[in-house]
Design a protein around this ligand. Structure first.
Ligand code: ADP
Length: 528
């Protein structure tokens, strides 16, 4: 029965009222229905005959029609048939109102497309129950149609993403494999060798940035974004960006300009790595979509009650059509078709930018005109350093690589099941004179540790290893030795957080692929 609870459910389904059309020539029937519906979410319009009903239905998106079978002009069943044959009205459910004895009409009514019937004289409860049920069904149907459309759309985007991704990965992969093969030729000149290895390095970096983007998205999805704030000089940061990007633009008629007003603050507290990631994404896009002209970057302080820094990346490139300006911030969305237009990219960059900026408490906006260029602006809360002491980052940097034989007499334990990783350490560090002990799994790492614990100065331990994993290795070593520096190495994909590694006893974590500067920086801490 239609009670209080039913009414509530109906209301919660939508904030809007339902609109129904009541087709009945009897004024008293109309009045009755008006009274019945008066304290519900249903609003009724009325038609007195078939022609009027059809006209009203065509011009208003009714949610339901309640139709008397006996009408003065056309018979209600015929009206229903006409409504069902018109695209504008065919989806409106029709409920017939008829006298109980008229079984024949009922059958014809269903054949004409009606969904239900009510017999006269009707009761309030029954009328409301039937009408409500069909309104609800119709709403569910509509929601299903929307959900299906969305699912299809996102499926299409995912497929486009996958095919695009395979293209994005294969391209640098081809260069890496191709040029690595070429490098094996003994007759190469030193210049060729340098050129080929440069290509391999830059393709590797390209591949890495694609993997980073995908990981970034999965981290966001797992809610694992975290910030690491430090204090640094923004002016210096902009200079560093400039020097990297000027190199990338060297073969293009595009000038890079950095503009920072005199009164803009310099020292800030922020997540430098994330800020760089945002700029990298925006600048890569600016570079990609600007065939010639100028790319300008800069920032200023917006003197609001809570002051914010406003950064921008402005280009004189191809611009973005108005209708695409919102959607490009969504994942996998690209204005052009990559394969035909020769633009590379995963369609993830801007979605990452938006999420990072939002996560850091700012917002992103875009101004763009096709053919003229685009300006991406984003804000971040301005946090001043609390005291004047500068972070280590700001102190004069010592030369980055230790001098030859600087670590002679020191011993490093390296545990990694992938032998190439060890080969990388061996080649990288051999000039320093450090002795390297290699363990191919966790068990061996513990054995070597037991036999050489007196000599080992630092242990670099991979987290994911067969037999005994890196966390277990660290825990076991920590039981005997509280002070040996333990450095975990891990692939980001494992999502082993710093905290987890620290809990197991590690002093530091470095992420693969291991960057030479990162590795040296950490080893210096313990070996210098
Ligand atoms: P992608 O990795 O494909 O560049 P993004 O999310 O970074 O993915 O960008 C999405 C799309 O937005 C791009 O494919 C491009 O169509 C458009 N776009 C982004 N930045 C610019 C820009 N500076 N100028 C013109 N179009 C841009």
């Amino acid at each position: 029965m239609y009670g209080k609870e039913n009414r509530k459910t109906l209301k919660t389904m939508t904030d809007e009222k339902f609109h129904i059309l009541v087709v009945d020539d009897s004024g008293s029937a109309q009045d009755l229905i008006r009274i019945y519906l008066s304290r519900t979410d249903i609003k009724a319009a009325f038609a007195e005959n078939g022609i009027q009903a059809i006209q009203k239905a065509k011009s208003n998106p009714f949610d339901l029609i309640l139709m008397d079978v006996w009408l003065p002009d056309i018979d209600g069943i015929e009206v229903c048939r006409l409504l069902k044959s018109d695209a504008r009205t065919k989806d409106i459910p029709v409920i017939f109102v008829t006298v109980a004895s008229d079984k024949k009409s009922l059958l014809r009514g269903f054949q004409a497309g009606a969904v239900d019937y009510i017999t006269k004289p009707f009761e309030k409860e029954e009328l409301l129950a039937r009408v409500t049920t069909h309104l609800r069904l119709k709403r569910y149907m509509e929601e299903l149609v929307i959900a299906r459309r969305k699912a299809e759309e996102s499926e299409k985007l995912k497929m486009a993403f996958l095919s695009n991704m395979s293209h994005e990965i294969r391209t640098p992969m081809n260069s890496i494999i191709g040029f690595a093969e070429l490098l094996q030729d003994r007759n190469l000149t030193a210049k060729e060798r340098k050129e080929f290895s440069d290509i391999i390095i830059s393709s590797g970096e390209q591949l890495l940035s694609i993997i980073d983007e995908i990981l970034e998205v999965s981290k966001e999805e797992a809610g694992e974004l975290n910030l690491f704030e430090q204090q640094f000089s923004l002016r210096k940061f902009m200079k560093e960006l400039e020097s990297v990007f000027v190199k990338r633009l060297k073969d293009k008629p595009v000038e890079l300009v950095v503009y920072v007003p005199e009164d803009a603050p310099d020292m800030v507290v922020a997540d430098k790595v994330r800020l760089k990631q945002i700029f990298d994404n925006l600048l890569s896009n600016a570079e990609k979509f600007t065939p010639e002209g100028v790319i300008e970057i800069g920032y200023k302080l917006l003197p609001k009650r809570i002051p914010v820094l406003e950064f921008y990346v402005k280009d004189t490139g191809i611009g973005i059509p108005k209708d695409k300006q919102d959607t490009i911030f969504e994942r996998f969305t690209q204005v052009e078709d990559n394969l035909t237009q020769n633009f590379t990219g995963t369609g993830l960059g801007l979605s990452i930018v938006k999420r990072l900026v939002t996560f850091m408490g700012g917002y992103v906006s875009l101004q763009s005109e096709p053919g003229k260029g685009s300006t991406f602006t984003f804000t971040l809360p301005y946090k001043k350093p609390s005291d004047k002491t500068l972070s280590t980052d700001e102190k004069g940097n010592k030369p980055f690589f230790p001098p030859d034989n600087a670590w002679l007499g020191k011993t490093l334990l390296i545990a990694d099941d992938v032998q190439q990783v060890f080969a990388f350490f061996r080649e990288t560090l051999k000039r320093t004179g450090v002795e390297m002990l290699y363990a191919k799994d966790g068990k061996e790492a513990l054995e070597i540790y037991q036999n050489h614990k007196k000599e080992i100065d630092v242990a670099l331990i991979d987290i994911q290893m067969p037999e005994v994993n890196g966390l277990e290795v660290a825990k076991t070593i920590r039981k005997q030795d509280k002070s040996l520096p333990l450095v975990a190495q891990t692939g980001l994909a494992l999502n082993i957080g710093k905290e987890e590694a620290e809990k197991a006893g590690f002093n530091d974590v470095i992420y693969k692929p291991i960057r030479l500067d990162m590795l040296v920086k950490i080893l210096k801490k313990y070996l210098d």
